[in-house]
Design a protein around this ligand. Structure first.
Ligand SMILES: Nc1nc2c(ncn2[C@@H]2O[C@H](COP(=O)(O)OP(=O)(O)O)[C@@H](O)[C@H]2O)c(=O)[nH]1
Ligand SMILES: [Mg+2]
Ligand SMILES: [Zn+2]
Length: 308
């Protein structure tokens, strides 16, 4: 019998069977793990095989985990070589961002997009809190929207408080499993509360001098949408990880660079200061924006060289 993981606390899981029933689940003995080295064998979004343990108590035993279509992970805080799987079997990922109170940096957005490219998950950017944007923020939004749309990402503007722009987002969620990310204070809990009013998750005031909200919960959790589809909330998770990413592959995760790099003189060009670089030529011509290229250079410098 098959079920999907909706919540994981580390030792207990909440699963939903194909018949639509929720059970408490545990792992039975040792189950096979796949090739990746992770701190958690099972993550939210996983499909598992189970046996009934106690029908009255609604508890089941997980006996096997089915192959994942994809997953997102971050580096384990305890062991640099290990990854922690945040969620799996995703159709898409939404980055909730804000241009005021607090402001999401472009670097943060690009890092998120690169992670999604690396994990093969379509990504989109939703800017929240339009109700408090003045002319400066609106100009910034217009600039970011055209920049990201030009490289293939959908960009939206919403106000959860004013319930503006939300129908378009709800349409995108229909029938899909969507990961919701974003740093704290951008309105993730408010968004989940809007979609699922009965849940009443606590939202946090953007507090004090730091302008950052406080984390209230820490476990990823999946929620079914009323019609079809589900969203996965990742409270307390700042960002996806660039797990095991190598310097040489980074450019592939910038769609506009991917398009140009075949034209580079050297097949192993890193687009930093090599001669005959088609990517840098495109930056000079304004075909690739400087802002995105700077993010690339920044991330490139941040990736540690692989040690043999
Ligand atoms: N002005 C404005 N504030 C919002 C909006 N959405 C959320 N907030 C506020 O932003 C703060 C952080 O929201 P929360 O949902 O806790 O963010 P989270 O940390 O991402 O879960 C709360 O005070 C919310 O009331 C919005 O559309 N406009
Ligand atoms: Mg929250
Ligand atoms: Zn190059």
């Amino acid at each position: 019998m098959k079920a999907r993981i909706y919540k994981s606390t580390g030792s207990w899981y909440s699963v939903k069977s194909e018949e639509g029933l929720f059970y408490q689940a545990r792992i039975k003995g040792v189950i096979k793990l796949d090739a990746i080295s992770s701190t958690n064998p099972i993550a939210v979004g996983d499909w598992v095989q189970y046996d009934m343990e106690d029908a009255d108590k609604k508890s089941v035993m997980i006996t096997d985990i089915l192959d994942r279509d994809n997953y997102v992970a971050r580096q384990s805080p305890h062991n640099k070589r290990q990854q922690h799987i945040i969620a799996s079997n995703l159709d898409q990922s939404i980055l909730l961002a804000t241009l005021k109170s607090p402001k999401t940096s472009q670097g943060f957005i690009d890092r998120f997009l690169v992670s999604c490219e690396a994990f093969h998950i379509p990504a989109m950017i939703v800017f929240n809190k339009s109700d408090i944007y003045g002319p400066t923020e609106m100009a910034n939004f217009d600039m970011l929207k055209s920049m990201y749309e030009a490289v293939g990402y959908q960009v939206f503007l919403i106000s959860i408080n004013q319930k503006e722009g939300l129908e378009a987002i709800e349409k995108l969620l229909l029938g899909k499993t969507t990961l919701i990310s974003g740093h704290s204070g951008v309105g993730k809990s408010s968004f989940i509360n809007y979609l699922f009013p009965h849940l009443d998750l606590s939202t946090q005031e953007v507090s004090g001098w730091s302008g950052k909200g406080m984390h209230t919960t820490t476990f990823a959790q999946m929620y079914d949408l009323p019609n079809s589809g589900a969203v996965i909330d990742t409270p307390g998770m700042r960002e996806l990880g660039l797990v095991n990413l190598e310097k040489e592959e980074l450019a592939q995760y910038f769609p506009e660079m991917r398009e140009k790099m075949q034209g580079c003189q050297f097949h192993n060009c890193q687009h930093i200061n090599e001669p005959g670089c088609a990517v840098k030529a495109a930056v000079e011509k304004g075909i690739i924006t400087e802002a995105r290229f700077f993010s690339y250079v920044d991330l490139w410098h941040g990736i540690e060289l692989k040690k043999y």
